[in-house]
Design a protein around this ligand. Structure first.
Ligand SMILES: [Zn+2]
Length: 157
């Protein structure tokens, strides 16, 4: 921890009343005030545990368009005897857009893909579970500990 008074880094933290203010100070500075408590600096493992509990959430369902969507669209549209012109009108999109979609050059947004599913009675949207990036969030939580961080951690307890 960093001493509130002298700014020196210290292993142990003393809680002391100095000139009427409660401060977390080092052993040297604790002598200047009335010591009301003492605690060892929190270990990194403990800190990670606290942070991780706060960011942990259940798996989220993410919708995405399947890679072979364009084959399915074209196949079913032709089966139904729909021209690209007619089908694009049904979807209220440009014919050129539909053309690009059917050759896989344009991937429809989920909303449009669902509309296509509805019109053609096919399945081109799939749901997948996406687990939160623990490693990423954890990396962000690390780094040098500041007095501000220590205060925040104390308040949570
Ligand atoms: Zn000090």
């Amino acid at each position: 921890m960093i001493c509130d008074l002298c700014g020196k880094e210290s292993e142990d933290s003393y809680k002391a009343i100095i000139e009427g203010t409660e401060m977390n100070v080092c052993a040297d500075c604790a002598r200047f005030g009335k010591v009301v408590g003492r605690k060892a600096a929190p270990r990194k493992e403990e800190k990670r545990g606290v942070v991780q509990r706060h960011i942990e959430k259940g798996p989220e369902l993410v919708e995405s368009v399947i890679p072979e969507f364009y084959k399915k669209i074209r196949q079913k549209r032709e089966q139904m005897g729909l021209k690209q012109e007619d089908f694009s009108k049904m979807l209220s999109i440009k014919e050129s857009m539909l053309h690009k979609m059917e050759i896989g050059e344009f991937i429809p947004a989920i909303a449009l893909a669902k509309k296509i599913e509805h019109v053609l009675k096919i399945k081109i949207v799939e749901q997948a579970e996406e687990k939160p990036e623990h490693a990423m969030a954890q990396r962000k939580a690390e780094g040098p500990m500041t007095i501000g961080d220590m205060i925040k951690i104390k308040e949570k307890k």
